[in-house]
Design a protein around this ligand. Structure first.
Ligand SMILES: [Fe+2]
Length: 328
């Protein structure tokens, strides 16, 4: 019997337990510790902000979910993360998990955030084969901390996974006042048979985050901004300026997602199953518009499109590693 645990150590910290390739249990830590959107980094961050990254600081947070697994020795544990830009922090977080569980092997690849989103959507879809498009407001590193993958296009079947395209933006560096962009204009390379597209434009969820910064909404309240966009132009007590910003974010990101699906068709024009995953696709209103815009596709939206789902995707990939060995 194979026992595999996927752990998402990004926000919405989550646990996916697969037994013989089937998801048996899924938990999110914030349902137990009551810290909404809980991310392990938050606890470390409080300390490193004061003392710096090169300290002997130890993460000692006790995971309430892991108490459910105290009697299980896992064959593999696979960690999924977003970009924190510091491997030292990832390792601190992972070491603390490993102290609280039993496993024969563990894996961590910080460049697979979007792949895990895609795998999560594919696992839940039940499709034999599908095009998968992910969309985030961040995700994974590319060559330097300035560029982060925001979107991925892949064809996934039960026996294979082909990544066609990854879109990277450096705009996040501008938010956090990091060093400047490496490329001053759009740049494409084709390593590993993948189109890696770098841009200085605001793209995907980053665009939504920047528009949110012009409103009273706070971090992780992009969803609320998406929700009010539908009231633009209607009789409401909501602030018209905020509504206009929300509506603009909604419309611009919709156009971008339409272009992404058009691009996906150029990589695989035969497949008519299309999966949407990644935090942006919690955007039900725009998902509905995409369904209307592309009647030729059978759509499926990942039921755990936020980062919590990456625990499922990582564990599913590990459970079927013979078919996806190029992506471990
Ligand atoms: Fe994500």
């Amino acid at each position: 019997m194979s026992r595999i645990l996927g752990i998402n150590i990004s926000h919405h910290c989550s646990f996916a337990f697969f037994e013989d390739g089937v998801l048996k249990e899924y938990y999110e830590e914030d349902r137990f510790n009551k810290l909404k959107n809980f991310e392990p980094f938050w606890i470390i961050n409080q300390e490193v902000l004061i003392t710096g990254y090169d300290t002997e600081f130890d993460d000692t947070y006790e995971y309430q979910v892991l108490k459910k697994f105290k009697d299980i020795e896992f064959d593999q544990v696979i960690f999924a993360s977003c970009d924190r830009a510091y491997m030292q922090i990832e390792i601190l977080v992972i070491k603390n998990f490993l102290r609280q569980l039993k496993c024969k092997e563990w894996y961590f690849n910080m460049r697979h955030h979007h792949l895990y989103h895609a795998m999560s959507g594919f696992y839940f879809s039940g499709f034999e084969e599908a095009l998968v498009i992910t969309c985030d407001g961040g995700g994974e590193r590319r060559l330097s901390k300035e560029f982060q993958c925001q979107s991925l296009i892949a064809t996934i079947s039960k026996s294979n996974c082909k990544i066609h395209y990854k879109l990277y933006s450096n705009q996040r560096s501008n938010f956090y006042k990091c060093s400047g962009p490496e490329w001053s204009k759009e740049h494409i390379d084709y390593e590993d048979g993948i189109d890696h597209h770098h841009t200085n434009k605001l793209v995907c969820g980053l665009k939504y985050i920047q528009y949110r910064d012009r409103t009273p909404f706070k971090s992780f309240q992009e969803g609320q901004m998406m929700g009010i966009a539908a009231y633009d132009g209607k009789k409401t007590n909501l602030d018209p300026d905020v509504l206009a910003i929300a509506s603009k974010a909604q419309e611009e990101t919709l156009q971008e997602r339409i272009e992404a699906i058009e691009r996906a068709k150029t990589y695989n024009d035969k497949c008519k199953n299309l999966i949407l995953s990644g935090g942006y696709h919690l955007n039900c209103a725009n998902n509905f518009k995409l369904v209307k815009h592309f009647p030729e596709f059978n759509f499926f939206v990942d039921p755990i499109a936020h980062d919590g789902g990456t625990a499922v995707g990582a564990a599913y990939l590990m459970s079927n590693r013979k078919n996806y060995e190029d992506h471990l």
